[in-house]
Write a protein that binds this ligand. Sequence first.
Ligand code: R5P
Length: 292
Amino acid sequence: MADLDGKKVAKDYAVDIPFANQGSFHVKGANDLDWGMKKHLSNIFNPDSGNTVMFAFDHGYFMGSTAGLERLDLLIPILLPYVDVLMATRGALRSSVAPSCGKGIALRVSSGSSMLNEDLSHELVAVDIEDAIRMNADCMAVQTFIGADGQLSSIGNLSNVINAGFRYSIPTLGVVAVGKQMERTDRFFKLATRIVAEMGAQIIKTYYCDNFEEVVAACPVPIVVAGGKKLPENEALTLAYRSMQGGARGLDMGRNIFQSNHPAEMAQCIGKIVHNGYTDKEAYELLLDLIN
Ligand code: R5P
């Protein structure tokens, strides 16, 4: 193993130079993957913009019923026109989402903790690959706790899912988890996103931070940004805009959509930033027009 004490501090991220191994495919780091992987990735990342709006409503896997997600059967249909991908558990999808929804599916496959646990970092793989295939999942989402007590098992879960995914050409979405005590700095996110990418995940979900463009540059696969706790709508749109300006290939947003008083309009405005080059100010003006 490399000598950590003698580690040279990396500093040249060449943020202005595009990813060099892009080839003709629109998803970063995926040019040399096989047809099946590329088909799934194209169901997630729009081939025209290269970006995605994921709607995350998998919170029930550890939070139970959450404010804004009480009635998935009523919420999901109003959001479908404005999102590209649904990120959810198999229970939520099978029970409450029509298979004719026409959206990409990011299937939550790790589980094992709940809000009743002090330490959420201990999970297992709760969904086998056959069920992901049956559901025609476009990617499988695994929570990954770098630097937490459960790091070893979550890296094990991630590896098992990636190995199964390669057998059947289903991409894996590595979700970088952030515990209450863990730092949310570019130093941590560079470490965590790169570890998850080096394990073989084809997509990484993480949080926005200062120097985000360096996190993106050092990660050889696309990053989608989590929304995090509910913000005022204008601040959530600014988060989305800064993420995209920093090189994210989309948002994987939950509470800032489903806890808004105007979830469909928020999803629509996020989409304008992600796919149509709107600034946060333009998107907020559109939101005000839509809701007034
Ligand atoms: C959490 O682990 C889940 O992956 C959520 O889907 C994720 O946190 C995104 O939702 P939010 O935008 O509410 O943070």
